[in-house]
Design a protein around this ligand. Structure first.
Ligand SMILES: *Cc1c(COP(=O)(O)O)cnc(C)c1O
Length: 373
């Protein structure tokens, strides 16, 4: 069986070393030394400051909104955030969960990221934030989004769950926005089993969020205000440190698969267009097929030989969140035609070849079909 992804497991010896330390210290959570070590290592590896580790990527988004005041408790009217419908459901549901109405603006048909030219038309008196997604690790048009946000005094929170290690103009892409959030879920390129992080532009926002994730406590006997529990524990950090120790090997193997797919299929299927200077961080291999029927046909053919490609991201979220009734046609079109091929470090060359041959066979039937019309 070939799944769309397999979580990366680091060597047991390496993980055991970190876990031995946890056993010696008996310090399992609450601001532990491995959590600090991982914070430092990630800030260095990613080239960012003000990185706050949290227990998952969905809470990372919710805490970012809270820390930046996207939701104002005193406001009678419900705050809104402009976001993309072409993403994992957590981008929008996290807004709703925080009482913020997601308002969808359509994506760019080449980058598959929120198109800046569609944002301004959706801004109302209630708009507080823009929540774009660096989808599949591609960079949004960060300059244009920044300009719009400044002009209208809006916060920008990038859901950067896919953008681990992505650089743009020689700097971490995660430095853009008032905050950028990461998911370290087991299926992500870098993971801590469950986990996530927020990278804040400003230190005071980072400090506010640090209190929020620990029940709002500001000292052991001082309660600063309402908070939540979103701390990362020491076992999560141990996994993260072990995965980070091996990330280069992991990415080298994944890159080989991405290059192989690109060479073998690039002339047959549609590929995401990266912003200039941005390259795949090997998180996903999404491809655009001629239409939804071809997607379903290929999925079935692959399933018959126990290969599971996934329709990331389908459906387009503007068809799901009925409250946000903007119809985003580009997103619907891309969502209906997209398929992500299996990608993980120990996917063998033979398996990759089998996948490519199956895609090719379906696409060849497709072209015969087209010619016969
Ligand atoms: C994975 C993911 C999330 C959610 O992260 P969790 O760590 O699973 O909570 C949010 N947004 C996007 C775009 C994701 O891919």
């Amino acid at each position: 069986m070939i799944p769309v992804t397999k979580p990366y497991l680091p060597s047991r010896e390496r993980l055991d070393e970190y876990i031995d330390g946890i056993y010696e210290r008996r310090w399992l959570t609450n601001n532990g030394p491995l959590m600090h070590q991982l914070t430092q290592r990630l800030q260095q590896y990613l080239g960012v400051d003000n990185l706050l580790l949290v227990s998952n990527g969905t809470l990372a988004l919710q805490i970012a909104y809270k820390a930046l005041g996207v939701r104002d408790e005193n406001r009678a009217l419900r705050p809104e955030a402009i976001t993309t419908p072409f993403t994992f459901v957590a981008t929008s549901s996290s807004l709703q969960w925080e009482g913020v109405r997601p308002v969808f603006a359509d994506i760019d048909k080449y980058s598959w990221c929120l198109a800046p030219e569609n944002i301004e038309a959706e801004i109302t008196d209630n708009t507080r934030a823009i929540v774009p997604v660096h989808v599949f690790g591609n960079a949004c048009d960060v300059e244009s989004i920044d300009k719009i946000a400044q002009k209208h005094d809006l916060k920008v929170v990038y859901d950067a769950s896919h953008a681990f290690g992505v650089n743009y103009n020689g700097e971490s892409l995660l430095r853009w926005g008032d905050a950028a959030t990461l998911s370290f879920h087991a299926t992500k390129l870098f993971h801590t089993i469950e986990g996530g992080a927020i990278i804040f532009k400003r230190r005071d926002d980072f400090e506010r969020a640090t209190k929020l994730i620990n029940f709002g406590l500001v000292g052991s006997e001082i309660i600063g205000g309402p908070g939540i529990n979103a701390k990362m524990n020491e076992f999560q950090a141990a996994m993260g440190l072990s995965v980070l120790d091996e990330i280069e090997q992991n990415m080298t193997l994944r890159r080989k698969a991405v290059d192989y797919y690109t060479d073998a299929l690039g002339d047959l299927v549609g590929l995401q267009k990266y912003r200039s200077g941005v390259y795949s961080n090997t998180s996903y291999f999404p491809m655009l097929l001629p239409d939804e029927n071809v997607v379903l046909e290929l999925c079935n053919k692959l399933k018959n030989i126990e290969i599971y490609a996934r329709r990331y991201f389908f459906p387009s979220l503007d068809t799901v969140f009925s409250e946000a009734n903007n119809q985003c046609n580009v997103s619907r079109e891309v969502a209906s035609r997209i398929l992500c091929l299996p990608l993980y470090s120990d996917l063998t060359v033979d398996e990759q070849k089998l996948i490519v041959d199956t895609v090719r066979s379906v696409m060849n039937e497709e072209s015969t079909y087209k010619e016969s019309l």
